[in-house]
Design a binder for this molecule. Structure first.
Ligand code: TMP
Length: 239
């Protein structure tokens, strides 16, 4: 976008930096290769991850807009940078699970890979000091994290994201096991999908071999991390 000028860095998170622009309603996100797990305890680098996550997120957000889910995407600026609408993030990690894995399997004693009878919507309170604790709607309402209307909108969009993505990934030979998304409020209070959709934030298993093609390879020291990200990039973007 010719008229947008990159300004000062506003924020640096674990995987992205955010910069101001000359437009108060727009910011630039810059995706890093840094990887963390277990609330930042484990640190590393996944070479090329920033480029893959930026491009995959933008690809998915475009498709989701077409499917009726509003997102913060404005325009991809470069391999790692994207112009997005400025939002204040709703402090909820919104998780959908189709198949048991990860913290659900541990908490519920259900083996990883067991298909769930219906998708699960789950919330965590986005708070690093507390380790993003598991909460429910009542916690969110009681603590003023979101209103009832906002929670209803978020749930509706989250299931729409799941419906779209399960089908999309099935088409490229990948089972969408679970994922985490985040929403933001624009300056006029509209709820839109923000943050990212990538192998950092989703569990992707090859439909035939059940090979993991996501960040669990980093979290669990499985090796082949970069190859898995590249493979997902190839399946989604054909390159
Ligand atoms: P979990 O099974 O560890 O709770 O993870 C559920 C999904 O959320 C999984 O697809 C990975 C993703 N996730 C994040 O994106 N960020 C996080 O900090 C965590 C813990 C999980």
């Amino acid at each position: 976008m010719a008229n947008v000028v990159k300004g000062e860095q506003l924020y640096e998170g674990k995987a992205k930096k955010v910069y101001a622009t000359n437009d108060p309603d727009l910011v630039i996100v810059d995706y890093k290769d840094d990887a963390t797990a277990f609330n930042g305890e484990k640190k590393g680098t996944i070479v090329g991850k920033g480029v893959i996550n930026n491009r995959m997120t933008n690809f998915m957000f475009k498709k989701l807009e077409e499917a009726g889910v509003p997102t913060h995407l404005v325009e991809e600026l470069s391999e790692r940078e994207t112009l997005v609408k400025k939002v204040s993030i709703v402090p909820l990690e919104v998780i959908i699970r189709n198949v048991a894995a990860g913290s659900f399997s541990k908490r519920m004693g259900v083996p990883e890979g067991k298909e769930l009878l219906t998708p699960i919507l789950e919330f965590s309170y986005k708070n690093d000091d507390l380790g993003d604790p598991f909460i429910n709607d009542y916690y969110a309402l009681a603590l003023g994290l979101a209103t009832k209307e906002e929670i209803d909108t978020i749930a509706k969009y989250a299931f729409a994201v799941n419906d779209f993505m399960v089908k999309f990934f099935k088409g490229v030979g990948v089972d969408l096991i679970d994922f985490k998304i985040e929403f933001g409020r624009t300056s006029d209070g509209t709820i839109i999908l923000a943050d990212e959709i990538s192998p950092d934030t989703c569990r992707f298993w090859d439909s035939k071999t059940h090979e993991k093609l996501d960040k669990d390879r980093f979290r669990r020291d499985m090796g082949g991390v970069e190859d898995a990200y590249q493979e997902m990039m190839k399946r989604v973007l054909g390159e």
